[in-house]
Design a protein around this ligand. Sequence first.
Ligand code: DGY
Length: 324
Amino acid sequence: MTGTRPRIVVSRWIPDDAVALLREVGEVWLPEPDRALPAAELHERLAGADAAVVTLSEQAGADFADAAGPQLKVVANVAVGYDNIDVPALAERGVTVTNTPGVLTDATADIAFGLLLSVTRRLGEGERLLRAGTPWSFHLGFMLGSGLQGKTLGIVGLGQIGRAMAERARAFGMSIVYTGRRRAPAEVESALDATYLPQDELLATADVVSLHCPLTPETRHLIDADALAAMKPTAFLVNTTRGPVVDEAALAAALREGTIAGAGLDVFENEPDVHPDLLDLDNVALAPHLGSATVETRTAMATLAARNVLAVLAGKPPLTEVTP
Ligand code: DGY
């Protein structure tokens, strides 16, 4: 702490608007130029921090809080997913945890739908062919993909992003089934014309399975070899939530063996690594965790995180708290 101003540690680059908000109330430290800090260095920097702003690449649990010290009041995650945060361990130490729901819904659903179009219409494969200088000519049987109109989208987790994905799919003439821990409210089901199905029925029915559930101990490897075998051989899988929801080795085998038709992936089990078998397959569209990566969305996420910090430091309730 400098004088009476709180110390705020930001683990990585965040947009300037958010830094400016934080500087209104405290002394801000962040790595300049931006780099990924090894955990030991981040822990050193945290000493004496009253607040921390982190991204999904940093783990924040007991060690993190203890490195900061007992004055730590808030950890603001610049992400909606918070599987990188040990919320109970922080709560035990009196530390408030916040995330950034709502502001990245459309951007993430856009990427999910973009990956779906990319894999079903073979856009990445076509681009690779052109860039490789492979000879080609238009003919009626050339690089045929699968249309989406009249097909069924199966959503796993009908939260905000799942609903936004459903809205996009409706505009493309798809019908919607969904599964999840609980049924959506009746008005949501009727607005999307979405039908609840148990997971096994959804897997067997859907032409596209799109994952929008959080990563929890229950959803780790939710899509494993058995789940993939339950899908139609013509079906596609889209994952924009967290990599470990899918058993990546099982997925690579299923894509290679034709158990399912294709996949669109924005997230990976061991980011930034991608299972090497996936890189060799043409029936998978890949993106490097770009779900929320627009200027507007990242600014909205970081300023929401900063507002959460400001609220807690002012002794007010945060805007978007995560509770254990
Ligand atoms: C999130 O917010 O959880 C995304 O994965 C990153 O934007």
